[in-house]
Design a protein around this ligand. Structure first.
Ligand code: HEC
Length: 146
């Protein structure tokens, strides 16, 4: 996606616009790419900071692929390894892959991430996931390569 006018703007004018409005341009670009307000590494950092300990991929793999007293694990819908599209365990609806290596859009929208974590953890663990569990899950998903 190209948001700038590039060479068509006289370079001196472009430079002065950039220096005056760089803050506003950044905000504008954030809006222009819409939902993308975060990234997988930023989310990993956020939860690791909240948990006070870095996410661990192997612990995340075990958490993601295990059932927690209920009928479903995370992989019941998201697959294992979650590199291919998942399939909803009850509706059969396709779900985009959860590994950032296979899906550039995943973990880029804070509101969306929080919403689905809340809903899915309630379905699988019968409570919200802790910051440390989220950090582990994300460390695992980031480690999954095609
Ligand atoms: C019953 C099916 C189901 C289960 C089980 C499930 N999920 Fe999901 N999950 C979904 C669906 C559906 C979406 C939305 C996908 C879409 O819109 O393409 C989703 C999306 C997400 C997202 C949003 C990712 C993004 O950035 O778009 C996260 C995070 C997530 N799930 C985590 C989990 C975790 C962690 C578990 C296990 C505790 C889990 N899910 C178990 C169905 C499920």
């Amino acid at each position: 996606m190209k948001l700038h006018h590039g060479p068509s703007l006289p370079s001196r004018r472009a430079a002065s616009i950039a220096s005056v409005t760089s803050g506003a341009c950044l905000a504008f670009m954030c809006l222009a790419v819409q939902a993308a307000d975060t990234s997988p590494p930023q989310q990993l950092e956020r939860w690791s900071a909240q948990a006070g300990t870095p996410g661990q991929a192997e612990r995340g793999r075990v958490f993601f692929t295990s059932r927690h007293g209920g009928e479903w694990s995370c992989s019941s819908c998201h697959g294992a390894p979650p590199i291919a599209p998942g399939k909803h365990a009850s509706t059969g609806k396709a779900i985009d892959p959860m590994a950032p290596a296979a899906n550039p859009k995943v973990f880029t929208d804070t509101a969306r991430i929080d919403k689905w974590f809340r809903r899915n953890c309630n379905d699988v663990v019968k409570r919200e996931c802790s910051a440390s569990e989220k950090a582990d899950v994300l460390a695992y998903l980031i480690s999954v390569k095609p």
